[in-house]
Design a protein around this ligand. Structure first.
Ligand SMILES: NC(=O)c1ccc[n+]([C@@H]2O[C@H](COP(=O)([O-])OP(=O)(O)OC[C@H]3O[C@@H](n4cnc5c(N)ncnc54)[C@H](O)[C@@H]3O)[C@@H](O)[C@H]2O)c1
Length: 351
């Protein structure tokens, strides 16, 4: 039985983006915790098969900017909203900045408006610690180290979402929470051109291809297992102490990209090695490692899964779902240098 059983039993929870990487895991955990869940997702970067199948999950395929859909889901009177739908992520927003603003800006504003009118108990906004802290900020990255010099439209609009949350909290008293994630990974994230490095590395490795590293591989990231993020979200979702607060949900450790690539190759038995490609212009952040002190103090957050264990679980999910992952993974040659080079290599191999 889930540790959160008593807290979510009988609650109706709206999860926007519930078909996505974090949202699908959150939805499963909420159902296990006794909640009924409405998933609102337009499947723009996810697949229907990734939505947990349960009589306690109602799937509504619609856009978060669509007010007809918003009326439909808010008529159900959700107790809690987890707002995870987003135009994801950096490179995608560089390629499509207006759509990024529409979804992450206007979409988030509309959700806050409907949540406020409906009087929900909590509104949890999926924020991005990896985005907001400056390139030269000392480690570990603390919540107050915000930068005004952001390098992609996604980073700007994720911050806009937080600022709107603050407005609804201060002006209307909406009980908002702003957990800030760092690079999440785990079962449920389908690889693709605009996806995170870990699912893409696993995908290429399982195909026996070299892993593309943008830059020199010395950059570090704070990779956080999705299960730990979900525990943090469930733990925070009912607490009074976090209302109005922003707090990092991360692993609190850093890993060099080259070390990650070697771990993935070893864990999958891939002998094709690494391929270095040029760094992306917007990728100005060299080292990322979060302070998780605030989440520890506020909600007793304690990540449990280290990178080796998390990679094993993720690779296992890839093996179990390989056929549909291969069908769903989309790597059309585009603007991402890493993907373009590998996709071209693969396309040439197929010819
Ligand atoms: N994954 C990370 O490393 C990370 C880091 C920081 C913040 N975040 C934030 O966490 C949230 C979840 O991230 P994720 O990795 O699960 O992303 P994801 O892309 O896997 O999930 C987002 C979901 O939202 C849906 N969606 C996109 N636009 C939509 C729209 N207009 N209407 C309805 N649904 C829409 C997508 O189809 C997808 O299922 C996002 O808000 C993201 O910005 C993620």
């Amino acid at each position: 039985m889930s540790a959160f059983h008593d807290l979510y039993h009988g609650k109706l929870v709206l999860v926007t983006g519930g078909a996505g990487a974090i949202g699908s895991n959150l939805t499963s955990a909420l159902v296990e915790s006794g909640a009924q869940v409405i998933v609102l997702d337009n499947l723009s970067s996810a697949e229907r098969w990734n939505v947990p199948s349960s009589p306690n999950v109602l799937f509504v395929e619609a856009d978060i900017t669509d007010e007809v859909a918003l009326k439909r889901v808010f008529f159900e009177k959700p107790d809690v909203v987890y707002h995870l739908a987003a135009f994801f992520a950096n490179q995608n927003s560089v390629d499509h900045p207006e759509r990024d603003l529409e979804v992450n800006g206007l979409g988030s504003l509309r959700l806050l408006q409907y949540a406020s009118l409906a009087g929900v108990e909590r509104f949890v906004y999926a924020s991005s610690g990896a985005s907001f802290y400056g390139s030269d900020t000392p480690l570990p990255l603390r919540e107050e180290f915000m930068s005004m010099h952001l390098s992609t439209p996604y980073q700007i609009t994720k911050m806009v979402g937080e600022l709107y949350c603050n407005f609804f909290y201060n002006h209307y008293g909406l009980k908002v929470l702003k957990p800030r994630f760092f690079n999440s990974y785990g079962p449920g994230e389908i690889p693709g051109q605009y996806r995170n490095v870990i699912p893409n590395f696993i995908f290429w490795a399982m195909k026996g291809l070299p892993l593309p590293i943008t830059g020199d591989g010395e950059a570090t990231r704070d990779f956080t297992f999705i299960g730990d993020i979900v525990d943090g979200l469930l733990g925070a979702g009912h607490m009074e102490s976090v209302v109005g607060q922003e707090f990092n949900l991360a692993s609190g450790s850093e890993t060099r990209i080259v070390d990650l690539a070697n771990m993935v190759n070893a864990a999958t038995g891939n002998s094709a090695g690494i391929q270095y490609v040029s760094r992306r212009k917007w990728d100005t952040k060299n080292r990322r490692m979060a302070s998780i002190d605030r989440a520890k103090d506020l909600i007793g957050y304690a990540p449990k899964t280290n990178l080796e264990e998390g990679l094993e679980l993720t690779i296992q999910w890839f093996r179990e779902n390989w056929e549909r992952i291969e069908d769903s993974a989309s790597f059309a040659p585009g603007s991402s240098s890493a993907v373009r080079q590998i996709a071209t290599t693969h396309a040439e191999e197929q010819i």
